[in-house]
Design a protein around this ligand. Structure first.
Ligand code: BG6
Length: 494
């Protein structure tokens, strides 16, 4: 990118995502020299704001959220000068025309060759209007490339996602659209490919002959904060499962691509997603899926209110804040191996981990006299700790042949001085370079929606299966039972 240069347009520039993630990401990229000399950032939102006020907002966000310390003085000025703000009614083509003129001025001032990256940190209902008005306002007429980054949720179900996609595709080609799933920008999620395909330790064992089950946990301690209105419509199924959870599962389950090219990788991901066993009936949903909502509870001695007491949440809401399921990838490699997934708000820890549990060696022959062997585990720690560890069995020092599980750990985030890029930083950089690898292709998204839609449909029929769990606990006992019925249990998450 440093050679090309681009103008970055942040729609929704006064919003939470811009403040927490996008401005800090741009600053880190700048600090690392990845933005080069030819760049400018235009913040867009309805609210009136001067350029200077906007730069103050950006500085504040960097101070609070960036992994690089905000510099003051001249160094800051040089960066901040590249930021400008325009108050914009996105429904107005006239406003877009003004934006076009401002942009051309920036491009000639910084010698930017017409490359334009539009980041829509907006509600999805607006994607279509913005796309059309960008075109009608002449913003797509410049010489360079034009790319659109859009945030989830991409629709509410398959039909709404499809019509949203059609609206966008009237203006942008598929290879100009970058659909963000920020989990794909995480270091350890990207590392799954390397762990799997660069280690003869794991690769030959990566199938139903040797793997007993896979467990994916995405636990959060937060509740719904100020997002009650959004969350109550979406729930854990649409907020986390349809995207982040399925993406992680797919990275574990996919076949090796023939090359590490974006389309080869995404082809394999789509194939894996298509192999996930669907939910043919409501009874199947009832058997393999657990939904629950947090009720009043406590964390570290502090009382926590229940979900129904949260702001903008109706007192009789049936929205799930917890989801667990037993999934199967019905292909040759994974036949019969359960993939257990769970995610929830107000759980005891903030942690995302993937546990691969291997099958035990024949037991009861060598060591079984007094002891039951523990299975080997490969644990990928995604967030907030980053690393991997494996659990193996070894002899306990001493005279008798006692076997004990020991852990061999690689803790990436413990290394001093390590400063891994944030997910958003990586993804914005990838989009600016035109690399689609870690973005969701339309067919991938379509399959994911088709998989979760029958679950949502079954839930709509009645709420008898909705469980409650006290805030600060690990969810309802039914989530434990999903595994117990198969002779397994959730490995404790760190
Ligand atoms: C977002 C969800 O996509 O991911 C949030 O909308 C959730 O509800 C967040 O809190 C979790 O992301 P991370 O990176 O903090 O684990």
């Amino acid at each position: 990118l440093a050679a090309d240069g681009a103008v970055f347009f942040i729609f929704g520039a006064t919003g939470d995502l811009a403040r927490r993630k996008l401005f800090p990401a741009l600053y880190s990229l700048y600090k690392e020299g990845k933005l080069g000399e030819k760049f400018a950032v235009v913040g867009l939102a309805r609210r009136p704001r001067t350029h200077e006020q906007f730069r103050e907002d950006v500085l504040e966000s960097i101070r609070e959220f960036c992994r690089y310390k905000a510099e003051e003085g001249q160094a800051w000025r040089e960066f901040a000068d590249r930021f400008s703000y325009q108050s914009l009614d996105i429904g107005s083509v006239e406003g877009m025309r003004r934006l076009k003129e401002n942009t051309e001025e920036l491009e000639s001032r910084y010698r930017i060759p017409g490359n334009r990256l539009f980041y829509l940190a907006l509600a999805p209902e607006l994607f279509g209007t913005v796309s059309r008005n960008l075109r009608d306002g002449g913003l797509l007429d410049s010489e360079g490339w034009h790319r659109l980054i859009i945030e989830k949720p991409f629709g509410y179900d398959y039909p709404s996602a499809e019509s949203l996609n059609e609206e966008i595709r009237q203006v942008f080609r598929e290879n100009e659209v970058f659909r963000i799933d920020h989990y794909l920008g995480k270091e350890m999620v990207q590392n799954i490919e390397v762990l799997r395909f660069a280690n003869s330790f794991f690769e030959p064992l990566w199938n139903s002959n040797y793997i007993a089950n896979v467990q994916i946990t995405l636990a959060e301690t937060v509740g719904v904060e100020e997002r009650g209105a959004y969350y109550n419509k979406s729930g854990a199924l649409r907020d986390m499962v349809q995207n982040h959870m399925l993406q992680m599962l797919t990275m574990i389950a996919m076949e090796p691509p023939s090359r590490l090219d974006p389309e080869d990788i995404r082809d394999e991901k789509v194939k894996a997603l298509r192999s996930i066993r669907g939910f043919g009936s409501e009874a199947e949903v009832g058997e393999r899926v657990v939904r629950a909502q947090y009720s009043e509870g406590a964390s570290r001695g502090q009382p926590i209110k229940g979900y129904r007491e949260e702001d903008s949440v109706p007192g009789d809401s049936a929205t799930e804040t917890f989801f667990a399921a037993r999934l199967f990838v019905d292909n040759f490699r994974w036949a019969g191996v359960p993939f257990y997934v769970r995610t929830g708000k107000r759980l005891p820890v903030k942690s995302t981990e993937i546990v691969v549990e291997f099958k035990n060696v024949p037991s009861g022959i060598l060591f079984a006299r007094k002891q039951e062997l523990r299975p080997n585990l490969l644990v990928i720690r995604v967030n907030p700790m980053e690393g991997i560890y494996i659990k193996i069995n070894a002899k306990k020092p001493g005279n008798d042949m006692t076997v004990q599980p020991v852990a061999m750990e690689f803790c990436q985030s413990c290394q001093i001085g390590i400063n891994t890029p944030e997910a958003y930083e990586r993804l914005i950089y990838d989009a600016a370079r035109g690399d689609h690898t870690y973005f969701t292709r339309w067919d991938e998204l379509a399959v994911a929606w088709k998989l979760v839609d029958p679950i949502a449909a079954a839930w709509k029929k009645g709420t008898d299966d909705l469980r409650f769990y006290p805030a600060g606990s690990w969810g309802p006992k039914e989530a434990e039972k999903l595994l117990e019925d198969d002779g397994f249990f959730w490995w404790p998450v760190n």
